[in-house]
Design a protein around this ligand. Sequence first.
Ligand code: SAM
Length: 285
Amino acid sequence: MNRQKSFETQQPALYIVATPIGNLQELTPRARAVLEEVDVIAAEDTRNTQKLLTHFGISTHMIAHHKFNEAQSSKGILHLLEEGKSGAIVSDAGYPLISDPGAQLVSEVIDAGYPAVPISGSSAALDALVASGLSPQPFLFYGFLDSGEKQRIRQLLSLKEYPMTLIFYEAPHRIAKMLQNCLDVLGDREMCLARELTKKHEEFLRGRISEVLDMCDSLKGEMVVVMAGYQEEKEPDLTQAMPLIKEHIRRCINEGMTTNEAIRKVAREHGLSKNEVYRQYHGLN
Ligand code: SAM
């Protein structure tokens, strides 16, 4: 059990700071203040974050924290917290941890009893979702599908019957293959491709997968794919077919079957639900 009261502690903390995904105006005043005030910033790519810090006139010391040094770097940051210093973690864009490094550090900080405090900001996944025109909830954020086609298809098969709106990140050089796999596995669903969010060339392509696929060879830049969830096919309306179905059931009864046996046989042969045929045959609703 771990209980954190973020605003009632004098303890050193780790701040999880979201940074802009394109438009620098989206760095919040709170994020800027935190980046100025902490003792150290753990950055996915220090050269990239240096540009952000320079733009905002921030001179806080940085250390590298990326997927190849996460274990070792986490130890160093915990050591700083033990010395009474505070830290922030940032990635190249958006929220750290979201398809970016940071999960191990946050988990270790919590385990060690220090606060892990989120500092809100841009998120490509949520920007895409809210402007997609698709059902905003429930949704499932998947991040990147595997880059290998075999594994990607396996992953899509596991999502095929999820009723939630699905959110994927994808690289531009893989988008055509990825959408083709989605079309083959999920069927021609409604989707939205959100490109270059918050930037000058921001664009949304909304339509069926096949329609977006037709256009996506020419698309460049950063992309989020939002896909409608699985929708169960509705039971066919039996009203019109019922006279024929009833006739079929009566013939079976005349041949010696009980009514229930006849209903079961006819429903199976027509690919219909036995309960629905039963209800219609007996005029129940
Ligand atoms: N941590 C980031 C976040 O919170 O969104 C995501 C980092 S992930 C390594 C990079 C992927 O996020 C890109 O390949 C793209 O799919 C998506 N992305 C990031 N910025 C974007 C933008 N401005 N427009 C569209 N997609 C973006």
